[in-house]
Design a protein around this ligand. Structure first.
Ligand code: ARG
Length: 467
């Protein structure tokens, strides 16, 4: 039986089932880098304020470095008896350097330690997701120039609505992911606060210097209330939320491209390396990756829900319930990370089926709104113009023809002032060319946005996030 670090007051050994039930090392072992980094900063501070000698600090640093190498080399043994990653590393240190190792936990508790580890982990995880989002944005931006002349039907209610340029679609997703990046940056600021030194809940009577630790670990601030920070998992919730929004964005994109790759839409050919086949139907090339990006969103949403319920109603300060935050957050991170990793090459590798799209672009009266706006420019009130065009569309629909197939007389039956000029504004190309508002699908506007995005991506790639 391994003696527990907290065993002093106990006269009975822990039940094995309790060890199995309470352990977290099976999932928190992935915090080992952060745990060691935090411990080294803590030890250096203890030496700085005289709670360790310089030599003791050196031994601790050396020991922790060796343990890191052992874990990285897969030579380290994790066991449930030692509960969590913090206990494992501390025990391994004591085994290596003896009594000096027993001083490392001076002025801290696992409560502020686990919070610090999580903050360090979240900070890195945010940067990783941010980089992946830029990769997906770059994939969309990267295809804008070659797709600039491709017109797609735009939809509302999944009914054909108005024509849009393909890059207008691509940049719509870039905007969504940009807001996700802003949310990540905002979440990062609140995660980037040092909790270490809050100790168990009340702080410590030892003369620690928390600012010293904060500087070493590049935290922007030191948490001002030990009781608050020992229980605070807002940053976990926030990150889980931002990951959920990213997953939702990926899921809507995946759904759209699954539809677009069907024979019914026939807009897209997905790269075969990112599709899978059927074991019974030889002809099938299925969009399984997109389906799983959509499907895995469910677990990310579920994790957020679980975290919200987990944190509801916990009294101050630390409660063991908090241990349950890790599997949920790690799973959301892993899921979104993997989805983003696959999204970038899928975006870059899909081919627009230009001919098939163009062949059906005159279906669905995509030019009706432009026709209405043509009348508005000629002084017809919007509601009246809407009615006129509605009746014209009805006429065309009844004969299954385009608006441009109606005769001038038929136009004039609904509005006598129509002249042959009307034919110059009908058709999807002309509807696109007529657009002019900021943020619209007007070719000049889209080109400007493409340029903005190219510059933005290039500078985001050059300038890694400052801490
Ligand atoms: N494994 C624990 C967690 O994840 C570490 C903190 C435990 N603290 C305690 N006093 N039992 O929250």
């Amino acid at each position: 039986m391994a003696a527990k670090a907290w065993g002093g007051v106990f006269s009975e050994a822990t039940d094995r089932r309790v060890e199995q039930f309470t352990e977290s090392v099976s999932f928190d072992h992935r915090l080992y880098t952060q745990d060691i980094e935090g411990s080294i900063a803590h030890a250096r501070m203890l030496a700085e304020v005289g709670l360790l000698t310089a030599d003791e600090c050196r031994q601790i640093e050396q020991g922790l470095g060796d343990i890191r190498a052992e874990i990285e080399g897969k030579r380290f043994r994790f066991t449930v008896e030692l509960e969590d990653v913090h206990m494992h590393i501390e025990r391994a240190l004591i085994d290596r350097i003896g009594d000096v190792g027993r001083k490392l936990h001076t002025g801290r508790s696992r409560n502020d330690q686990v919070s610090t580890d999580m903050r360090l982990w979240v900070r890195e995880a945010i940067d990783r997701i941010d980089g992946r989002l830029v990769d997906v944005q770059a994939a969309f931006v990267g295809r804008c120039e070659s797709d600039i002349d491709c017109i797609l039907p735009g939809y509302t209610h999944l009914q054909r609505a108005q024509p849009v340029l393909a890059p207008h679609y691509w940049l719509a997703y870039c905007e969504k992911f940009q807001r996700d990046r802003q949310r990540l940056a905002d979440c990062r600021r609140r995660a980037n606060v040092l909790s270490l030194g809050a100790a168990a809940l009340a702080g410590t009577s030892l003369p620690i210097d928390r600012h010293h630790v904060a500087r070493q670990l590049h935290f922007e601030a030191v948490a001002a209330n030990s009781l608050d920070v020992s229980s605070d998992r807002d940053f976990v919730l926030e990150f889980a939320f931002v990951l959920t929004v990213i997953a939702e964005h990926l899921s809507t994109w995946a759904e759209e491209w699954i539809l677009w790759s069907t024979a019914e839409f026939n807009f897209l050919k997905l790269p075969q390396a990112f599709c899978t086949g059927s074991s019974i139907m030889p002809q099938k090339v299925n969009p399984d990756v997109l389906e799983l990006i959509r499907g895995k969103t469910a677990r990310v949403v579920g994790n957020l829900q679980a975290l919200l319920v987990l944190l509801k109603g916990l009294p101050l300060a630390y409660n063991r319930d908090l241990q349950e935050d890790k599997p949920r957050l790690f799973d959301s991170f892993d899921t979104v990370d993997a989805s983003l990793e696959l999204a970038a090459p899928l975006v870059a590798g899909a081919e627009l089926k230009r001919q098939a799209i163009a062949d059906r672009l005159d279906r669905g009266y995509l030019d009706a709104t432009t026709l209405m706006e043509y009348l508005i420019r000629r002084g017809v009130p919007q509601r009246t113009a809407h009615g006129i065009v509605g009746r014209l569309v009805r006429k065309a629909m009844d004969r299954d023809i385009r608006l441009s197939d109606l005769s001038l007389t038929e136009f004039q039956e609904e509005f006598p002032e129509f002249d042959v000029g009307v034919f110059a504004i009908l058709g999807v190309e002309k509807a696109i060319a007529a657009m002019q508002s900021y943020g619209s699908t007007a070719p000049a506007e889209v080109r400007k946005q493409v340029e903005c995005w190219k510059t933005r991506i290039a500078s985001d790639r050059d300038a890694p996030r400052a801490e």
